[in-house]
Structures are given as C-alpha cells and as structure tokens.
Design a protein around this ligand. Structure first.
Ligand code: SF4
Length: 368
C-alpha cells in the first residue's frame, strides 16, 4: 500500500503555508471518508476555466480587474484527461456528483468531450452551472455527451438590472432561450440561481417568481456572499432569505417542504395557492443567515488543479503537481484522504465583516 505523498512536494499555498495533513497511514478507500466534523465527501465542483464573458459584481468585478485580469495560461489548466483521472480518484472516496463550473464553463472548448469522459466513468451525477449565454448552442451536445442537468445563473429579467448585476451588455432573452433549449434537450429539472443584492436586483424577486412559476424550472434565491476578495461585500447588501420568502409569499402563499436529500443547501418552499403541481417550488440558499456548514460535503477543484475544501478557503492543495509528477492513483487517493480527514471548514458559521476582509480565493477561479 502506498504512503502519503510528502506534502512539501504536494501542497500549494497562496502566500501561506498549509498545515501538513496527518500522515494517515495507507488508506484503502471504502467509500466512507469523514472529516473532523463527520462530514462525508460527496460532491466535487470542477472549475474548467477561470475565464468568463460576464463580470458579475459578486464574482469577477470589472472595476477591480479592468482589462488586466490575469487569466491562467492554457498550459496551467488541468487537461480533460487529468480531470477525468481525478474524478475516478474522488469517486473512490464516495463522490457521487460532479458539477462543472468556472468562470463560465461553456467557454472551455469542446467541453462535451470532458462530459463524455466523465460519463464513461459511470455512477456519477453530472451537472453544470452556466450563465446561459452559450447554452442554446450547446445544450443538445452536452445532453448527448451524458450531462444530466444544468443550473443557470440569472440575476434579473430586466435588461438594465441584469446589466447592473452582471456588468455586461447581453439581452436576458438570450439566457431565457438557453434555458428553453436546455429544457428541450432534457437537461431537467433546471435550476435558476438568483444572487440577490440589496438595492441592485431585489426589485426583481417578485418578477422572477411570477415568470418562473408554472415553468417547471426551480427558482432559487441566494443570499449575497463575501466570496473572493474583491466584491466589496457588506452585511447591509444581504437580503435575508426570510425577507425573500415574505416578499414572494405576499403574492403567492408558500409552505416549506422537506429536503430532497440530506445536506441539500436550498431550503424548499411550495406554492400553496394552486392544485397544479406545475406551479412548482422555489428555494432559498441562506449561506449568510443560516449557515449550513454542518452538512457541507463539497470539495472544489480549481482550474489549475488546486483542491479547496471550502468556498471561502484561503489556501489549497496542488493535485496537478501529483498528476504531472510520477504519483500513482493510489498515492493521490491517500493524499486526498489525508486532506479530507483533517478538514474542519465552517466559514459561514463564523462569518463577520472581519473575516470578509480575509484574502480568500476568487470564485471565478475556485468555482461557485
Ligand atoms: S462556508 Fe465552506 S464549509 Fe461552510 S457550507 Fe460553505 S463551502 Fe461548506
């Protein structure tokens, strides 16, 4: 049985040092791997590019990076073969679901080839989060390659409000076309994610609810978070989920319904005023006002192969160095076990305006 990789070779730090994981003697994956709080490793988010065609205020604000945003050179990105190899390693530890993210994942050329490679592994629920700009073009080939579902980020229906949130001149109608193309291709149920920032797009809460009610798609409102280091987050910018439910519930009475599975991040609410099942449901994701760290089973693989165990991490572990070195899969499996078994992340439980100022990794690089 292989030993843990010497961490001096394997870890990557962003100006800080990563405490060495315990040298967990050789590890035979059993499919049950728990961190220090008893949380399993179930979900992997893979950022396939740090590039994006939008400049959302909560993710990659233009006024900070301008035109000099330091995108990674292509050689720094994990190849599709490397991502597929790591997917098998993560699956050995119990990962059941892989979500492709970015940046904007549909900007990565021939993404459908990666989807097909991941689909060939078998037993993985394959999903993708996109801004929808290229979805109308790509939906059918992604489905044919083996993608199961998509989540579309859409922060407003009004073009002006959309521009204020996403800092791009792009008609909302084309995102809606992408959603319909995804539905026609069978990438359902489709989730529509709305990040709500007070004073910018909170006026869109009710129009979005009206629009997507009866659509078969699941609208989810997300509290504005202090992701990355450049979005200038303030607590005052947050519209709490309870307020969002009050706003929607005023026009459409709602009742809470149970989670689809343990650890689901969205709290689900069903429209009450209709016998029609198609009226559907909405969800709220309350990362700020009701932290859900205790059920967090997600790891994030950044564009260049660094592994992060929290969306708000300040440092990661360099898996690419292992892939491009001489490490066998078994060594990477052991290394991953050592990382996860000492994970103690619970950022949202301890968030404050002080922690918001920490030099966190940008969301466009780590994946949302
Ligand atoms: S703050 Fe970190 S540990 Fe908590 S739910 Fe978010 S990603 Fe998971």
């Amino acid at each position: 049985m292989a030993k843990i990789i010497p961490l001096a070779d394997a870890r990557i730090v962003h100006g800080a040092s990563v405490p060495a994981p315990h040298a967990a003697a050789s590890f035979a994956p059993t499919g049950v791997l728990a961190d220090t709080r008893g949380r399993a490793l179930r979900d992997l988010r893979v950022s396939v590019t740090d590039r994006c065609n939008f400049r959302c205020v909560y993710c990659m604000p233009k006024d900070v990076y301008g035109h000099d945003y330091p995108f990674l050179p292509h050689a720094e990105l994990l190849t599709f073969e490397e991502i597929a190899r790591l997917a098998r390693v993560f699956k050995a530890h119990g990962v059941e679901k892989i979500r492709l993210t970015g940046g904007e994942p549909l900007l990565r050329r021939h993404l459908e080839r990666l989807v097909a490679m991941l689909s060939d592994i078998g037993g993985l629920d394959l999903t993708l989060t996109t801004n929808g700009a290229l979805l109308a073009k790509k939906a059918r080939e992604l489905k044919d390659a083996g993608l199961n579902r998509v989540t579309v980020s859409l922060d407003a229906l009004d073009d002006g409000v959309f521009r204020a949130m996403n800092d791009v001149d792009f008609p909302v109608s084309r995102v809606l076309d992408g959603i319909e193309a995804a539905a026609a291709a069978g990438l359902a149920p489709i989730k529509i994610n709305v990040v709500v920032k007070r004073g910018v797009n909170d006026s869109e809460i009710l129009p979005m609810a009206r629009h997507f009610r009866n659509s078969g798609h699941i609208l989810r409102f997300i509290e504005y978070m202090d992701v990355g280091h450049t979005n200038g987050w303030r607590l005052d910018d947050v519209v709490p989920s309870a307020e969002i439910i009050r706003i929607v519930g005023h026009e459409f009475p709602l009742e809470p319904i149970g989670a689809n599975y343990p650890g689901e991040v969205a709290e689900r609410w069903r429209y009450l005023d209709s016998d029609d099942a198609e009226a559907g449901e909405i969800g709220v994701i309350s990362s700020v006002t009701q932290a859900f760290c205790k059920d967090c089973t997600r790891a994030r693989l950044a564009t260049d192969g660094k592994l992060y165990t929290c969306l708000f991490a300040t440092q990661g572990y360099d898996l690419r160095a292992l892939l491009r070195g001489s490490s066998a899969d078994e060594e990477i499996i052991n290394y991953l076990a050592a990382i996860w078994s000492q994970r103690a992340d619970r950022y949202s439980e301890i968030r404050s305006e002080r922690t918001a100022a920490l030099p966190k990794i940008e969301m466009s690089y780590i994946g949302g």
